[in-house]
Design a protein around this ligand. Structure first.
Ligand SMILES: *[C@@H]1O[C@H](CO)[C@@H](O)[C@H](O)[C@H]1NC(C)=O
Ligand SMILES: *[C@@H]1O[C@H](CO)[C@@H](O)[C@H](O)[C@H]1NC(C)=O
Ligand SMILES: *[C@@H]1O[C@H](CO)[C@@H](O)[C@H](O)[C@H]1NC(C)=O
Ligand SMILES: *[C@@H]1O[C@H](CO)[C@@H](O)[C@H](O)[C@H]1NC(C)=O
Length: 419
């Protein structure tokens, strides 16, 4: 039977610990009411220090932004798992990554690890403590890196798919791949569930240099915290939309490099023949709050899309969204229907052209300039943020086509806050 080889890889000896604890003990999961004795030390103090630093780093608007995202995290933790169909008994397990997957990833890592780029985080983001512990990327899709690009991604997806299908026992399709992300000393990752359609997922540890294992904390079906530790070449399989996961204990060591590979199931669990809701993806339970919310965000319903763009955030104007995902034709339409919308800043002081620059869509930047955007347009509600060329250099480097295009039209490299 085709699953034997996967299961014989199983390393995870579902450990029993003497220090069992549930939610809101090591870190707020559902609420900031710490519900534990002091067996883990003063976790509340660590948490409030984290939140305080988020406020400080975010500047004048930081407090509100951090508090809002933090509240969203807690709400999503409470709401989403309940709405998810589960495909496995435990929600997570650990195996050795298949050799085919490891070979592709290690080759990419070894060829490019010296040119990692710093990951940028929007102010107010509370998933990582980027304000004191930077994260870096050796991105599999970064075409500036040796051997990287869409082809490498496809290969990794293909190689990982069989393993995750064997675990979930249903057909799945790729939805997202992220990494290789490099965490550094002191990193904390707030426990969360992944946004949909990141449902059937794995984490692979690529490399690490640590003084002690850096636990991934997951919550089991009984609601208890379980520490999962990884060595390079280990693969944690987890139902990331329903299994709460994070790293609330700071990384002790130099670095920890992971890649995240995500899929979504195309059917209900094997053996579950209950009727599907016509509009909902098969992994959402009709009638739940998260399912209702999904329908509002996806009025056209789920139709087994090919690897999709991220859904448009409800607070993002359409022109910004189209520019961010590279939807050239939609922007051309908008240029007719609502030309002003291409030149209107969002509440963060960004124009659509800044989204296009961040995403590296040269064609869209050209299009917007043809429609009157300024070649040195700056972010910021007072136009004193980064210029387009500054963003292109920062996000994509000197060799990127966007950078070349902006140089060719005489754009200026003006940084944040420069006059
Ligand atoms: C947290 O504690 C406050 C005060 O004791 C209480 O009113 C509130 O209901 C608690 N919240 C949760 C989610 O337990
Ligand atoms: C799926 O798992 C999550 C997390 O363990 C749980 O909250 C949820 O109720 C489960 N779904 C069902 C249908 O049992
Ligand atoms: C997880 O690891 C942390 C840090 O080493 C430790 O304090 C905690 O007790 C562990 N939790 C469990 C459930 O084993
Ligand atoms: C941009 O200008 C605004 C308003 O004058 C000011 O509050 C803000 O600090 C400036 N930002 C930078 C980065 O200089």
């Amino acid at each position: 039977m085709r699953y034997t080889s996967v299961l014989s890889n199983l390393l995870w000896p579902l450990a029993t610990t003497t220090t069992e604890y549930g939610a809101d003990c090591s870190w707020p999961i559902f609420s900031t009411n710490f519900s534990c004795d002091d067996r883990l030390g003063d976790r509340a103090a660590e948490y409030y220090d984290f939140i305080h630093k988020c406020h400080e780093y975010g500047g004048p608007k930081g407090k509100k932004a951090c508090d809002q995202t933090e509240m969203d995290r807690l709400e999503m933790n409470a709401r989403q798992p309940k709405a998810m169909v589960n495909y496995t008994g435990t929600g997570f397990t650990k195996i050795k990554a298949p050799q085919t997957v490891m070979d592709l990833i290690i080759q990419h890592w070894e060829a490019n690890k010296e040119t990692m780029t710093e990951e940028s985080w929007p102010k107010g983001s509370i998933y990582l403590n980027y304000w004191e512990s930077k994260t870096y990327m050796v991105a599999v899709e970064d075409r500036n890196l040796k051997g990287a690009g869409d082809k490498l991604k496809e290969q990794i997806w293909d190689a990982a798919k069989t393993t995750i299908e064997a675990w979930t026992n249903v057909e799945i399709q790729p939805t997202s791949m992220y990494g290789i992300r490099v965490y550094t000393e002191g990193a904390i990752l707030s426990p969360h569930v992944d946004r949909l359609p990141l449902v059937s997922s794995c984490i692979i540890n690529v490399a690490q240099d640590v003084d002690e294992p850096w636990p991934l904390e997951v919550y089991d079906r009984q609601g208890n915290a379980v520490n999962v530790t990884m060595e390079p070449g280990d693969m944690v399989l987890y139902e990331s939309g329903s299994t709460l996961h994070g790293r609330p204990f700071p990384l002790k060591g130099r670095y920890y490099a992971n890649i995240f590979i995500h899929f979504e199931p195309l059917t209900r669990p094997a053996g579950d023949h209950s009727a599907l809701d016509e509009l909902l993806p098969p992994y959402l339970i009709p009638g739940t709050a998260a399912a209702q919310n999904w329908l509002i965000e996806n009025p056209d319903g789920w139709n087994k899309p090919s690897p999709a763009f991220p859904a448009q955030p409800s607070d993002q104007p359409e022109g910004h969204y189209a520019a961010a995902i590279g939807d050239y034709y939609r922007l051309k339409e908008l240029a007719q229907e609502d030309p002003e919308s291409l030149h209107r800043k969002d509440s963060n002081g960004w124009l659509p052209i800044h989204e296009a620059a961040r995403s590296g869509h040269t064609d869209i930047v050209e299009l917007l300039i043809q429609h009157g955007a300024e070649k040195d347009a700056r972010t910021g509600l007072s136009d004193n943020g980064s210029s387009l060329l500054n963003m292109a250099l920062e996000f994509h480097g000197e060799d990127h086509p966007l950078t070349a295009f902006l140089f060719s039209i005489g754009a200026q490299d003006i940084g944040y806050g420069e006059l």
